[in-house]
Design a protein around this ligand. Sequence first.
Ligand SMILES: [Zn+2]
Length: 358
Amino acid sequence: MTSDVELVQKFSDVYGVSGFEQDVVRLFKDETAGLGELTIDGMFNAVLARKENTGKQPLVQLDAHSDAVGLLTQAVRPNGMLKFVPLGGWVPSNIPAMKVVVRNKDGEYIPGVVATKPPHFMTAEERNAVPKIPNMSVDVGSSSREETINDFHIDTGCPIFPAAKFEYNEKKGLLFGKDFDDRLGAAAMTDILQQMSGKQLKVDVAAGLSAQEEVGMRGALALARKLNPDLAIVLEGVPADDTFEPDWLSQTRMGGGPMLRDYDTTFIANPNFQTYITSLADELGIPYTRAVRTGGGQDGAAIGNWKGVPTVVVGIPVRYEHSAYNWGSITDVRAAVNLTMALLERLDMDVIKRFTAL
Ligand SMILES: [Zn+2]
């Protein structure tokens, strides 16, 4: 495996859901050791200021979010199963029968499964019903509330993580695993920091690994307030549409290169910056798609809207986002990394001024 695939593997396998991102931050800290100064706040937002920053240049906030969608234990039922609330946007029908791990009060990871009644016991009506999250449970193999609380050390507030192991199809460059939204972005950002180490730029770069995106872009907003950037580039695992949209309407394709987002329901890219990055991709021969979405949202909204700074989103296509199992392509990760590095190398005060010119 090449080093970038290894990075994707590490970031995919690590457990981190909204509000419980510590393990992802620890990985980022290890992988960026020696590359700059890392600061971590009380929300577990981590920001790495490159060692090469001068403090006198325009500041670019790079962003990837550390959290992924998951579940949170609300209460232990009398039969020992866990009633939970969703963290982030789930389709209820994607949750049942999912393998999970629960982090108990001692910090141990306990395997479990989202319980379903065996079909043998279901009425026809039950089989056709749309499942409702408040009626679902996680089963860790316990048979009573006392056993779950006293023996498994699981109770209210314990986070629940999807549990899928990363796999790589080397021949096809295919990535399979969980949490590609936004661990592909986190791996790409880490790769960029590693590859650009020692390189002098005409901008300072603060790489923010932000928490709690899936519950309302909270970490990116906190970081933008603190960093006060002049510009933002968001690296985001974005939902692929190539399995169901016709070619003419498909705007995010696995293997199709980065998706440069024009519009979603929270965000409109700065048009001058968007033109600059698409022209750069054209010049470098990097394939990409542009996307005008009818839904969705991402950290670009939080950062861009905070102080009105020019912002673009470099999306990495992910099939089956917000489910436990994702597909992605290493070629898309590499294209996003190369485009972002080329962009950082060209940015300076004059270029940035052009983004706000009338
Ligand atoms: Zn995301």
